[in-house]
Design a protein around this ligand. Sequence first.
Ligand SMILES: [Zn+2]
Length: 449
Amino acid sequence: MTHLKDRANHTTKLYWQKPYDTQFSARVAEVWQDDEHVYAVLDSTLFYPEGGGQPSDRGIIQLPQGMRFCVDHVFEQDGRIVHVLSPDQVTAAGVLKPGQVVHGQIDWDRRFDFMQQHTGQHILSRAFELVCNASTVGFHLGDDYVSIDLGVESVDDNQITQTEDLANQMVFSNLPVESREYASGRLPDHIRRRIPAGSDLVRVVYVGDFDACACGGTHVKATGEIGIIKINRLDRAHGGVRVIFRCGKRALADLRMKEQILDRVARSLSVGYQDLPETVAALSEKASGLDKEVSRLKKELLEYEIREIARQAGSQDTGKAPDFGSPGWIAGGEDFAVCRCEGKLPQELRYMARSVSELTGKTVIMFSQAPQFSLVVASASAQPGKGKKGKDIPPRQNAALLVSELGQIWGLRGGGAPQLAQMGAKEPLSLTGQRILDDIRGIMSKLGT
Ligand SMILES: [Zn+2]
């Protein structure tokens, strides 16, 4: 868009002259397009271009014969204000021509919301200066919330309350908001905010005699129209403090939503919302106590299961076939036991296998199929009092060797020490219980007696 610089005409800023007007007529000065958009410059406009932290206006531009163009975005470049028309208007680009008179209409709800937020920001920034000696170093007006960044490391709760009170006192006082333009060399003293270098004419916005700030945005004409300024939250940002706040209708919508949430939670707990902090604290304490009780009971249940498995494994009749259809079965021989034990975490399986081995004096092979195959081998030689090191453990009791042999048959990889080893897969093993038992017995026979 470098060709813009060739033109000397500046767009007349109707949004400064008549900030409460919603419709206007203007003449098209320039039209061009690229692959995505059509761009139009008018000789005057009510559309505020994005700048100074305030987003641009939106709305429509209409030709006398009725054709409408949606204005999606507006920006200023070299004194001209460029209206970006939405992509689906591109085909109509040839219709809009320089010299034509068009009718424009801005989205007033959006604009008035920005005027409330922006004027509120002027007041809040000044209030932070007076209460906390904190100057505003950044400003953002988003679709949901507004934020200013303060050039101080911290502000406390008391300062926030004082600042919010002072700002709202200025709202309730319904101070006039006016703007005046000055040549940059003739600015009065005490203007908040730096003046950009090279500005020949500077617009200063006055909020009564409370604040004076160089600004090119749009503002309400009296502070009462802001309604309320509500600080919502503080964040850390760029080594300073980011203040999230909402004004006017936004603040009302936010408070309404919060009240609905509070009401819903309070109803679900059958208390008044004032009693929520104590009620939630009591519930949290109760939940924590229950968690501890559940852990204790789970541990107790695990110990019970271990004793029961050990009782059966210890007296296992090697000739009797277990019920392979059940989620838990025990089989084995004189010096080893095979247990299917579902619904356990890997660390629980390890603990159980070691404990059962200790209680029975047998090498224990324990596995579960769901949600994925997991197998643990605890060697009988690993038990206290046996006094055997890894190299002294016979092959038949060597957990790592057993896992390695089984892995070769089943195509799985495992690992561990001669005393304790394990193996797993991402899915259940597609083998019957009988087959798993037969494979283990086969390995045991191969490794000797
Ligand atoms: Zn402003």
